[in-house]
Structures are given as structure tokens and as C-alpha cells.
Design a protein around this ligand. Structure first.
Ligand code: UDP
Ligand code: MG
Length: 308
């Protein structure tokens, strides 16, 4: 009996990509035996003709299903919407810009049929990204995996195959602030890795600015580690220790040499240093408290205006 596999694709202002999609997908997918397909396209509040083109696509080919979000919610929410709507025995999230090569789907399906519950596509090189993006990605993974008990596999994007059991597990995670890479890693399951070389974007430009990536990284750290919160206890303790030693030194120095020239410079440095340290730690508390605040409101992760 044929099994159904859902491909879920988030779209944010990807008008240039939609016409190429069927031609890139179907030749690859139709040669895979014993699998039926549905492609769930989520329009993440695009402001260009993305939605109209998607609707036209669905009218031509009923294997395409379109979810129209009520506004721009971001990629993580768009992916969640796709996961919730997927009916397949397996689900494959994919980018609209064809940076996730459809040729890889056949080996993914093969690994899944051989018993894997998660099949990861790992980029064996990231030359399609700029130097800064590559470097910051390396730092992010290193720091994240040192801070957090949930280890995110390096150079693995959202492109992967998830068995139905994994999708159901993901749906049980209630958080509103969704760092999908971390959630994917947190649920675990039997995992198989396939390496590939990531091609360049086929049209348009990346929808993630440097600041958006920074926010995503903060989301990752704060969702999966509390070490940034706790570290200040130790920084504070160390500071207090150094201060005590310095105070002892001043007392001794004054006893031996009398009052010297007032230490204006060292005083200012100490005040500024500890002042900024405190601001940083308060800011960090803010990051967590802000997220607690958002979680307690229990708002839905996304809203759907219409499905096609
Ligand atoms: N995307 C989205 N909402 C956003 C940002 C991106 O739905 O707020 C989609 C985008 O349309 C694309 C995928 O997420 O299908 C990956 O985006 P992009 O190619 O810009 O990311 P990059 O490859 O640069 O990491
Ligand atoms: Mg891309």
C-alpha cells in the first residue's frame, strides 16, 4: 500500500520561486515508488503576489494545499502551521528557494523505509553562505551545544524527514516561542544523517537579516539553557572576591605608605565595569522574563485566514 508523505514549505515574499517549484519537485518525487505526495504551502503574510500564485498552483494541481496565515508570523510559526496541517505518514519541511535539493528526498525516503524515524540532511559545506553567516553559525552551534543539554546537530537546517511519531511528539510541545531546530533535536528518535552540498538561492534574497539571525540565536539559547541566567552568581562571586582582595591591598598600602594620591582612575574603571556587568545581567534576565511573559499569555502560535 502507498504511504502519504507531506512536504511543508513556508513562503514569505517568494513570488519569483513559485513557478519553478512544480518543475523542480515532481520529476524527483514521481520517480519514488509506493509514495503519494501532498505539498503544504504556508503563506507567511507575504506582501507580494506569493499567495495569488500559490492559489493558482493549487487550482492546477490538487496535491498542493495552501494555508494562508492571517499576517506575518515568522518561519518557525509557518513551519508549525504546516506540521499541524500535514496528514502524511512522514513530513519533510523544505525551503521555498530550492536551497534544499529535491534530489535528496529519494534517499531520505529510502532511509525512512529502512527504519529511520528522523532523516537529517547535513550541509557538508556552507560555501553558499557569506563568510560572516558561516562564522557566526559555527560560533552559535559551539556556544549553544556547550550551554545546553539539548545538542543541536551542526549544519543541519530545517530540511529533514520526520516520521509521524516524531510529528506527534513535536505537537505535544506547548511552547509559543518556537525554536524549531532545538525542538527537533529535543524530541530525539532514531536518526539517520545524509550529507549534501547546499546550493545557492535560486531567486530573490534571504529573508533573514543579521539582526533576525541574532534574535533566532537568542531564542535558541534561552529556550534550551538556563546557564546564561545562573552564570551571574559566579561572575558576581568572583567580582566580590577580587574586590575583597583589592580592599585588603588598599588597607595594607595605606598602613605602609600613608594616603597616596586618590585613586580616581581605578575607581571610575571599577564603577563602569561593574555597572555594565549589572546592566548586562539585568538585560539577560529581561530576555528570560520576556519569554515567560509571552508563554503565560498562551496565545496561539499562528492564525489561519483561509486554506485552499
Ligand atoms: N521564511 C518565512 N518567514 C520568514 C522568513 C523566511 O516563511 O519570516 C521562509 C522563506 O520564504 C523560505 C524559508 O523560510 O522559504 C527560508 O528562508 P531563506 O531562504 O530566506 O533563509 P536562508 O536560506 O537565507 O537561511
Ligand atoms: Mg534560503
Amino acid at each position: 500500500m502507498d504511504r502519504l508523505v507531506s512536504i511543508i514549505i513556508p513562503f514569505f515574499n517568494e513570488a519569483g520561486m513559485i513557478a519553478r517549484l512544480p518543475g523542480a519537485l515532481w520529476p524527483q518525487l514521481e520517480q519514488i515508488e509506493h509514495v503519494q505526495w501532498e505539498v503544504i504551502c504556508t503563506d507567511d503574510g507575504s506582501s507580494d503576489t506569493t499567495l495569488l500564485e500559490l492559489i493558482a498552483l493549487a487550482q492546477q494541481d490538487p496535491r498542493f494545499r495552501i494555508l494562508e496565515l492571517s499576517r506575518h508570523f515568522g518561519k518557525e510559526a509557518a513551519l508549525t502551521a504546516g506540521l499541524d496541517a500535514a496528514r502524511g505518514d512522514a513530513v519533510i519541511p523544505m525551503d521555498a528557494d530550492l536551497q534544499d535539493p529535491p534530489e535528496l528526498i529519494a534517499p531520505m525516503i529510502a532511509a525512512w523505509q529502512a527504519g529511520a524515524e528522523v532523516v537529517l540532511a547535513r550541509r557538508s559545506d556552507r560555501s553558499s553562505d557569506g563568510v560572516l553567516k558561516r562564522k557566526s553559525a559555527v560560533w552559535f552551534y559551539q556556544l549553544h551545544n556547550r550551554l545546553s543539554r539539548t545538542k543541536i546537530p551542526e549544519n543541519v537546517g530545517d530540511f529533514r524527514l520526520l516520521d509521524r511519531v516524531v510529528v506527534e511528539a513535536l505537537k505535544q510541545l506547548p511552547e509559543r516561542q518556537r525554536f524549531m531546530k532545538g525542538l527537533f533535536a529535543w524530541v530525539g528518535f532514531r536518526t539517520h544523517v545524509i550529507d549534501y552540498v547546499r546550493p545557492c538561492r535560486q531567486a530573490g534574497r534571504s529573508k533573514f537579516s543579521a539582526f533576525a539571525l541574532w534574535q533566532l540565536a537568542m531564542e535558541g539559547f534561552t529556550s534550551f539553557s538556563t546557564i546564561p541566567l545562573k552564570i551571574w552568581t559566579y561572575v558576581g562571586a568572583l567580582g566580590a572576591l577580587i574586590t575583597a582582595a583589592y580592599a585588603a591591598f588598599i588597607v595594607l598600602y595605606t598602613l605602609l605608605h600613608g594616603t597616596g594620591v586618590p585613586g580616581y582612575a581605578s575607581l571610575l574603571v571599577a564603577i563602569l565595569f561593574f555597572g555594565s556587568l549589572q546592566l548586562m545581567s539585568i538585560g539577560l534576565l529581561g530576555e528570560y522574563i520576556g519569554r515567560i511573559y509571552l508563554e503565560t499569555k498562551q496565545r496561539p502560535i499562528y492564525l489561519i485566514r483561509k486554506t485552499y
